[in-house]
Design a protein around this ligand. Structure first.
Ligand code: SAM
Length: 235
């Protein structure tokens, strides 16, 4: 069996049966436009990422008073001064992780739990760390509501990672830090990818770190503006 056939099988196994159907009628058009304009229109091509973003309802992760804006091309406030990231940024960073379905992934910055849900359908298991307990509790409840059971949410300083579950095939940081945390690089498996917004508080660039047999390779991607990564290896 070729790799591609295997990927498709594992994708169908992970993505479709594990999510509970929610009412989507009032969001259907905005959701389709988000996929077409914000993702396909800007070059997102990973079929599994696109399928999963067609499957996971963003409006379930958005506070009730903001729900009409759920599929807007923008981050939205979720409380505690934090945000659910712009859909394009979620898709791009997910694509940069190059997940096939069998990986163990770490997310730093659970926030609403939306990115964690996407990762839960793209990978085998996910550990997601949030420093605000109220956000972590709410995110865990939303993931449970959707029937996504392979994501463990923790309250902690995510800049230190989750050494008890390392190494990770993928690590994604969804807050902007002054540098890539060394603890996270140390917890990356050989062949693994780490995605992190790096730069000053006002604006960063997405950085991808790969661990190879020969060492660490770092690439710089597009500009972005994330809320700050606060912690021992952050701000
Ligand atoms: N991924 C989230 C989502 O899908 O809704 C969006 C995350 S929001 C842009 C960034 C999050 O990172 C915030 O919830 C913030 O509290 C959290 N954060 C910042 N520093 C952190 C740290 N050291 N450890 C864990 N979470 C952190």
């Amino acid at each position: 069996m070729g790799d591609r056939a295997h990927d498709n099988e594992s994708h169908e196994y992970h993505a479709v049966p594990t999510i509970r159907r929610m009412s989507t009628e009032s969001h259907r058009q905005a959701w389709q436009d988000m996929i077409a304009r914000q993702l396909l229109g800007r070059g997102i091509r990973d079929k599994r990422v696109l399928d999963v973003m067609r499957t996971v309802p963003r409006h379930v992760f958005v506070p009730a008073h903001m729900r009409a804006k759920s599929y807007d091309d923008a981050p939205l406030a979720i409380g505690e001064g934090q945000t659910i990231s712009q859909p394009y940024m979620v898709a791009l960073m997910s694509e940069m992780l190059e997940l096939k379905g069998s990986e163990r992934v770490l997310e730093v910055g659970t926030g609403s739990g939306y990115q964690a849900a996407i990762l839960g359908l793209l990978a085998r298991e996910v550990v997601s760390i949030e420093r605000h307990e109220s956000l972590a509790r709410k995110a865990q409840a939303t993931l449970k509501l959707l029937g996504i059971m392979n994501v463990e949410v923790r309250v902690d300083d995510g800049t230190l990672g989750a050494p008890d579950r390392a190494p990770f095939d993928g690590i994604i940081v969804t807050a902007g830090g002054p540098h890539v945390p060394d603890s996270l690089v140390d917890q990356l498996a050989v062949g693994g990818r780490l995605i992190c917004p790096v730069g000053p508080r006002e604006g960063q660039r997405i950085v991808r770190v790969r661990r190879t047999e020969q060492g660490i390779i770092e690439e710089e991607g597009i500009r972005c503006a994330f809320v700050p990564l606060i912690g021992e290896e952050g701000w």
